[in-house]
Design a protein around this ligand. Sequence first.
Ligand SMILES: Cc1cc2nc3c(=O)[nH]c(=O)nc-3n(C[C@H](O)[C@H](O)[C@H](O)COP(=O)(O)O)c2cc1C
Length: 382
Amino acid sequence: MSYDSRYPAIDDLIRKAKKKIPRFAFEYLDGGCNEDVNLMRNTKEIRDVQLIPQYLTKHTRSEMKTELFGHVYDAPFGIAPVGLQGLMWPKSPEILAKAAFEHNIPFVLSTVTTMDIERASELTEGRAWFQLYHPADNKLRDDIIKRADAAGCPVLVLLCDVPTFGFRPRDIRNGLAMPPKMTVSNMLQIMGRPDWALRTLFNGQPNFATMKPYMPKGLDLKQLGKYMDATFSGRLNEEKIAPIRDMWKGKIVLKGVACELDAEKAVQLGLDGIIVSNHGGRQLDAGNSTIKPLKYIAEKYRDKLTVMMDSGIRSGPDIARSLASGADFTFLGRTFMYSVAAIGTKGGDHAISLLKTQLQQVMEQVCCEQVKDFPKFLDSGD
Ligand SMILES: Cc1cc2nc3c(=O)[nH]c(=O)nc-3n(C[C@H](O)[C@H](O)[C@H](O)COP(=O)(O)O)c2cc1C
């Protein structure tokens, strides 16, 4: 498995993806919220992190393999949960789950994507993680959790950073905000992307696969919006997490942590890990980047639970910067989707191979033998 040399940078994939899929789908993937300040802050501030190489230190070999929750993964990064993936490219969650399995990295399935828990488990031999949007109804919550358990899912990810839907002007303009609507402009955009349109026609309209058994049949777009709104409304809190901790025997990770207070609560609730994340800058435009809180959260909590990070990572050097700043593991969301939207079935393999190659190069360059040694190479600016 090696990367496609026509796309050696994520920017190449972004450019190609933009040409391959309708504008409303690209903007749904690519955008942040409000004025995109948080989105840009993520990428900017992670790139401000600098590493110090050691050239004459004795070095045997750099090894990317990383143990996480009892499994040794081939690389210290995984595929973050993304909703509605089939809208961006037909069968994209299937493509990514397979690639993650083949490369032995984690794939996280979103509650609201277009592949269900059972299929994710089948494609990954029970290794897929599951991200739960907490339903308003406890019976529905229990049923979804039971399905994830029956599918052998090792890690349940609880998302805490969506107490409200992000305010995303592009999606509002494109009719993708709740309730969604199909506009004439969207139809024209689809006609301008025949490959996407034919594949979408062939694979059927994308739907919320995991949620399908619970949804009334024949909802129009407006009713669908109302249904999703009512089903997932509400804020995650300690009272909602505690019974899940009692119920779920596997690992639990809290995703969307951006401050010490929430990290502390995760410890008190007996959770196994946190993902320092701001949803890729899609929720709070006035919020901070994730690399910033990562540094002090990791310092204080790394010996109490596993500290992971996402948001703003676009390359192997970015993964290295995050690991050097204290993350035990990293996730990327958009990067993998850009790759699938750009090059289809081979997109998962390409992006993973490219990131592995880039990260290996950084490890050799700075003389880092194991992933956990990365913090030794951080330029703390003193
Ligand atoms: C289009 C899109 C949809 C997303 N949907 C979900 C979701 O359903 N559940 C979730 O936990 N996070 C979701 N996220 C957030 C990602 O899991 C992840 O936190 C984010 O993409 C990381 O930032 P990055 O894109 O800069 O790598 C979504 C992100 C994007 C870009």
